[in-house]
Design a protein around this ligand. Structure first.
Ligand SMILES: N[C@@H](CCC(=O)N[C@@H](CS)C(=O)NCC(=O)O)C(=O)O
Length: 214
């Protein structure tokens, strides 16, 4: 399989964690987002949405959207499972993952920040205010969801990491990168620390990627 990603892309980071948890050996192709490589015709032919990540399967099928890739991986390589067996718990895990992937992450995306700067004269202080607003609200919602669990577990929704943890850890990395203070989110910080201590998460960290830059 061939994976198109970028070290700092949090949706790529999600997929890297899943590859590592499932012990998959995946060829990596870096698409330099800061240099605009996602807009080149070569990558647009792979993903017309011009967004990372993209995964080309052994059969030559191209998959996009990290949540779709993660669910496909879980169906093709079921061990270890990223979703619980119980339908109710599966819905809870998917809801948590979607808070991050559908509500929080899109508002911090490079193209959104660039549009704010180019069209609304957002300087770095305004951008920080924007990011702080949306990342804080989203991660506080995640913390509240974790606090509502009927069973307290080591990871978000179980004693092994799954889809919710895979979405959470890159989002916490983004909060740190953008200087958003989330020290008050105790459950998120505890779970993130547990995840980061695992080799599958540690090896997926942006700083460990072949295209990493300071
Ligand atoms: N919902 C998509 C989001 C994809 C996305 O926004 N990717 C970002 C990197 S994390 C990207 O490629 N941004 C390029 C840009 O904004 O120009 C997913 O989960 O895969």
């Amino acid at each position: 399989m061939k994976f198109y990603g970028y070290f700092r892309s949090s949706s790529s980071y999600r997929c890297r964690i899943a590859f590592n948890l499932k012990g998959l050996d995946v060829e990596f192709a870096s698409v330099h987002l800061k240099q605009g490589a996602q807009h080149k015709a070569e990558f647009a032919a792979i993903n017309p949405q011009r967004l990372l990540p993209a995964l080309v399967t052994e059969e030559g099928e191209t998959l996009t959207q990290s949540l779709a890739i993660l669910e496909w991986l879980d169906e093709m390589y079921p061990e270890p499972a990223l979703l619980p067996a119980d339908p109710l718990m599966r819905a809870r895990v998917r809801a948590f993952a979607q808070v991050v992937a559908c509500e929080v992450h899109p508002l911090q995306n490079l193209r959104v920040l660039k549009y704010l700067a180019d069209n609304f004269e957002a300087d770095s202080a305004a951008t920080t205010q924007w990011l702080t607003r949306w990342l804080t609200e989203g991660l506080e919602a995640c913390e509240a969801l974790l606090a509502k669990r009927t069973q307290v577990t080591a990871f978000c929704y179980g004693d092994t990491p799954g889809l919710a943890d895979i979405c959470l850890v890159p989002q916490v990395f983004s909060a740190q990168r953008f200087g958003v203070d989330i020290d008050h989110l105790a459950l998120i910080n505890q779970i993130t620390a547990r995840c980061e201590a695992l080799p599958a998460f540690a090896a997926a960290h942006p700083a460990k990627q072949p295209d990493a830059e300071p």
